[in-house]
Design a protein around this ligand. Structure first.
Ligand code: NAP
Length: 259
């Protein structure tokens, strides 16, 4: 029987892919902690949509790149719900400006890495310990950590190298935690979206429209947040119990070589 008290913390769930993931988990009966950085109104819209669907959700402000905010976030979610069964590390930023790798600034590097890699790494470290305690107390049974990386984990874009580095790092982060946490029964996964229609890609719509029309991906359409959300639901719902450190590509087939 499904445990009606299961809790998922989704970072960056006010908009885009995170909102899609939060909504899909909410529809499956998960209680959803909707994290956001600055956009309280959008976060509340995510929460309201879940509630309108009969689900349970609340918004939690925290900058994932800040150690103090991460600590506060975990405390507040535990105060509200008493447990965390699934962590989805989704919050992420693109570089503010696309700049050649020869000119990339340390400021941009740090901004992107803090949010996309350092933040998720230390949030995972913190929540993994909480999960271990909750497992040992018998409060949770099949916790999972799900990292939203990108095709940029292995695809070079020299005009946004800091983003590629952050996502490549997230792939190794997935393996490190999958390895370390297996003994506790905590599976760790990487979901690798391709080109998904969100605010993040809204500035390059025409470029990707053309690339997709020219056959960049075997499945010739933009991905939608719901495409990523369905993969996350399958992992959260324990449909891959004997898989960990696994990469799930949600990219319309972008990842394989073609001739
Ligand atoms: P988006 O539409 O720009 O939304 C980003 C979300 O992350 C927002 O909810 C934002 O909160 C939140 N966020 C940003 N920085 C944060 C921080 N420091 N702390 C907490 N929350 C923060 O982006 P998206 O396209 O949905 O991307 C979501 C994830 O998927 C990212 O990790 C991205 O790299 C990855 N991805 C996206 C694509 C794509 O094509 N869109 C492809 C591959 C991978 P606010 O609303 O408060 O600003």
């Amino acid at each position: 029987m499904t445990d009606a008290n299961r809790v998922a913390l989704v970072t960056g769930a006010s908009r885009g892919i995170g909102r899609g993931i939060a909504g899909a988990l909410g529809a499956k009966g998960w209680r959803v902690a909707v994290n956001y950085r600055g956009n309280a109104k959008a976060a509340q819209e995510t929460v309201s949509a879940i509630q309108a669907d009969g689900g349970t959700a609340a918004a939690f402000q925290a900058d994932i790149g800040s150690a103090a905010d991460r600590a506060r976030l975990v405390k507040q979610v535990l105060n509200a719900y008493g447990r965390i069964d699934v962590l989805v590390n989704n919050a992420g930023v693109a570089p503010s400006q696309r700049i050649d790798v020869l000119e990339m600034t340390a400021e941009s590097y740090e901004r992107v890495m803090d949010t996309n890699l350092k933040g998720p790494f230390f949030l995972t470290q913190q929540i993994a310990k909480v999960m271990i305690d909750l497992l040992q107390a018998g409060t949770i049974t099949t916790p999972k950590i799900i990292n939203i990386s990108s095709i940029s984990a292995y695809t070079s874009s020299p005009n946004r190298g800091e983003y590629c580095l952050s996502k490549a790092g997230m792939s190794m982060m997935t393996l490190l935690f999958a390895d370390r946490l297996a003994e506790y029964g905590i599976n760790v996964y990487e979901v690798r979206p391709g080109i998904i229609a969100t605010d993040m890609t809204s500035t390059v719509t025409e470029k990707y429209d053309n690339l997709i029309a020219d056959g960049l991906t075997p499945i010739r359409r933009w991905g939608q947040p719901e495409d990523v959300a369905q993969a996350v639901v399958a992992l959260a719902e324990n449909y891959l119990p004997f898989s960990t450190g696994e990469v799930i590509n949600v990219d319309g087939g972008f990842h394989f070589r073609r001739l």
